[in-house]
Design a protein around this ligand. Structure first.
Ligand code: PNS
Length: 177
C-alpha cells in the first residue's frame, strides 16, 4: 500500500490545499493530511480547529485521512511507513523553501522522498495568509476556501479582527451595487 503524507499548517485550509490533496490522493492508496500542531510556529486557528476544517473539506475523498502531528516530519513519515511527502508549489519562492525542506529531511532520513505538485494557475496567489487578511478586513473569501468552510472561517476571522456581524452584512449588501 502506497502511503503519501501531505503536511502543512492549514491555517486555515484553502482551495489550493484542497486541490493538492485531491490530486495527491489520486497518486497513492492512502493520503494522510498531517496538520502541524504544538509548533513554535504560531497559528491563528487551534490545531483541533484546523484538523476539523480539513476533515470537513476533504470528507468526500475516501482515501484521505486527516491527523494532527507534532515534532519532526520525518518521525511521522517513519511511523506511517510513508513513501513520499507531497507539497504544493505556487511560485519560485515556494520552490526555494521546499527544496530546503526536502534536503533537510533527506539528511535526517535517507528514505524520505518529496513529491512537489505545481498548483493550479488560478490558485497561484491563494494562501492562508491572504485568506486571513481579506476576511479580517471584511472581504469575501468564498472563492478562496472550500464552500463548507466559508461561513465558519469568515465569522471567526471577522470576530477576531473586531468586525461586527452588521459590518459583515453591510459589506455583502455593497458587493451587489
Ligand atoms: O504549511 P506550512 O507552514 O508551509 O508547512 C510547513 C511544514 C509543516 C511542512 C514544516 O514546518 C514541518 O515539517 N514542520 C515540522 C518540523 C520539521 O520536521 N521541520 C523540518 C526539519 S528542517
Amino acid at each position: 500500500m502506497t502511503v503519501y503524507i501531505y503536511p502543512g499548517s492549514f491555517d486555515p485550509f484553502t482551495n489550493g490545499h484542497f486541490d493538492i490533496a485531491r490530486r495527491a490522493a489520486g497518486l497513492c492508496d492512502r493520503l494522510i493530511v498531517a496538520v502541524l500542531t504544538n509548533s513554535r510556529k504560531k497559528s491563528h486557528f487551534t490545531s483541533a480547529e484546523r484538523v476539523a476544517m480539513a476533515r470537513v473539506a476533504l470528507q468526500s475523498i475516501p482515501n484521505i485521512e486527516v491527523e494532527a502531528f507534532e515534532g519532526l516530519l520525518v518521525d511521522f513519515f517513519k511511523q506511517h511507513q510513508a513513501s513520499a511527502v507531497v507539497r504544493g508549489l505556487r511560485s519560485e519562492s515556494d520552490f526555494r523553501f521546499e527544496a530546503e525542506l526536502a534536503a533537510a529531511n533527506k539528511l535526517l532520513l535517507p528514505t524520505y522522498e518529496t513529491c512537489l505538485l505545481p498548483c493550479r494557475i488560478d490558485l497561484a496567489f491563494n494562501s492562508s495568509s491572504i485568506v486571513r487578511e481579506v476576511a479580517a478586513y471584511g472581504g469575501d473569501i468564498s472563492n478562496m476556501v472550500p464552500a463548507a468552510l466559508v461561513n465558519q472561517i469568515t465569522v471567526r476571522l471577522r470576530k477576531d479582527a473586531g468586525l461586527s456581524q452588521a459590518q459583515h452584512l453591510n459589506s455583502e449588501d455593497s458587493s451587489h451595487i
